[in-house]
Design a protein around this ligand. Structure first.
Ligand code: SF4
Length: 396
């Protein structure tokens, strides 16, 4: 059997050729491996990798302390002035305020750098006790919300099939009230072309998020996404929102995907793994202390994010030299031939790495959302260019 890419990547050859890895700046701590919701599209529980079944439910204090020491070691070795720690799960709030408070204080005490902490939550448990803690420790709060109540409740349900929107909306009401408003980091919404994009956008805006993150549902060539027979349903959905967002001044919220594409078109670098060719500088620590790659890879195959490394034995520098991690840091060199010669290759960057997977060839493919990404990037590019021409005319 031919080994799947990137296991064939020769990191020694890259180093000899002058390539140097980019240190990790973001650490995703999986502090609880279970969730109180059972969302239909969840990559942790509903897709290929089922490693959650054998993990401890909660990260122990011993693991937290070792993780903090490893982050500190990495920050010191690379002279990092700032590191970002994201509390993730499962549902991280299931760990409870006591454990979360201990974790944040432990990491901040250990790491010789500014430690920016945020939590990504479904918000069903986000009460005043958590909010007081997050205000005390300056922890940003990102919330997952999939648009209108009906659309959200169709996919983000409890284990016994009840919708979660009412609880999330109540939590967002608390989070966006004056004492806590500054903690609100934004909303995360999964793209769903079966919903009305403008209604979805307006439902998200009703909570006044500073930023909205639209994520394509996790899929790949072996597990393709839902399609309705049209050529680019995901791009069409996003473009309906983009056109409204672009024509509204001032913009009511940042939309990370559109901001990133615009930034790349104007010659900047991307700051998300969704788009562009910037090196991925993020590592994951699981509840048992295993060091993994992006957990979105769980959507590809069983064990896809596994590295064989553990905070008991390995510094993060060991992770930097794995072929699977180097592949996320070498930009154009890691692109499939179709992406390397693509007219929007520098902007799209082959899309999210997990979405390139095909059983048999691995990740050396264009994104399964290729047609959608091509259309979206071209549409944003044409719109930005038209806007620049108008500005030039006004200036004359
Ligand atoms: S649009 Fe398609 S071919 Fe072009 S870079 Fe993106 S995934 Fe690759």
């Amino acid at each position: 059997m031919v080994p799947e890419w990137p296991s064939t990547l020769d990191v020694g050859e890259l180093l000899t050729g002058g390539w140097r890895p980019t240190p990790f700046r973001q650490f995703i701590l999986k502090i609880h491996s279970r969730c109180d919701l059972a969302c239909s599209y969840c990559y942790v529980y509903e897709m290929a990798d089922q490693s959650w079944r054998t993990r401890p439910r909660r990260m122990s204090r011993d693991t937290v302390e070792k993780a903090a020491a490893r982050i500190a070691e990495h920050a010191a070795a690379h002279g990092l002035p700032v590191v970002e720690v994201v509390l993730h799960g499962g549902e991280p709030l299931l760990a409870g305020p006591g454990e979360i408070g201990h974790l944040v204080r432990t990491v901040r005490a250990a790491v010789p750098a500014r430690v920016e902490v945020s939590v990504q939550t479904n918000a069903t448990l986000l009460d005043d006790a958590f909010l007081d803690l997050f205000a005390e420790l300056d922890v940003g709060v990102g919330v997952s919300l999939d648009g209108t109540a009906a659309d959200h409740d169709r996919v983000r349900r409890t284990h016994d099939g009840r919708g979660s929107h009412a609880r999330v909306a109540a939590a967002l009401g608390r989070l966006t009230a004056p004492p806590y408003r500054h903690l609100f980091a934004g909303l995360l919404c999964t793209v769903n072309p079966r919903t009305d994009p403008v209604e979805t956008y307006r439902a998200l805006l009703s909570f006044g998020p500073p930023v909205i993150d639209f994520l394509l549902p996790h899929a790949n060539w072996s597990e393709p996404p839902w399609r309705d027979g049209t050529a680019t349903p995901y791009a069409d959905w996003l473009i309906a929102i983009f056109d409204l967002w672009w024509s509204t001044r001032p913009r009511p919220a940042g939309i990370r995907l559109f901001d990133e594409i615009t930034h790349l078109l104007l010659g900047g670098a991307s700051a998300t793994e969704q788009i562009g060719l910037s090196p991925v500088a993020m590592a994951v620590i699981e509840t048992d202390g295993e060091i993994e790659q992006s957990d979105i890879l769980k959507s590809a195959f069983q064990g896809a994010p596994a590295t064989g490394l553990h905070i008991d034995r390995n510094p993060f520098d060991d992770l930097l030299l794995l072929p699977s991690v180097a592949a996320r840091q070498i930009g154009r060199l890691a692109l499939a031939p179709a992406c390397a010669s693509c007219p929007v290759g520098e902007i799209c960057g082959g899309g999210l790495y997990a979405h390139r997977y095909r059983s048999g060839s691995g990740f050396h493919n264009p994104s399964v959302y290729c047609a959608d990404l091509l259309r979206l990037v071209r549409h944003v590019g044409n719109t930005v260019q038209a806007g620049l021409s108008d500005l030039t005319k006004e200036a004359r």
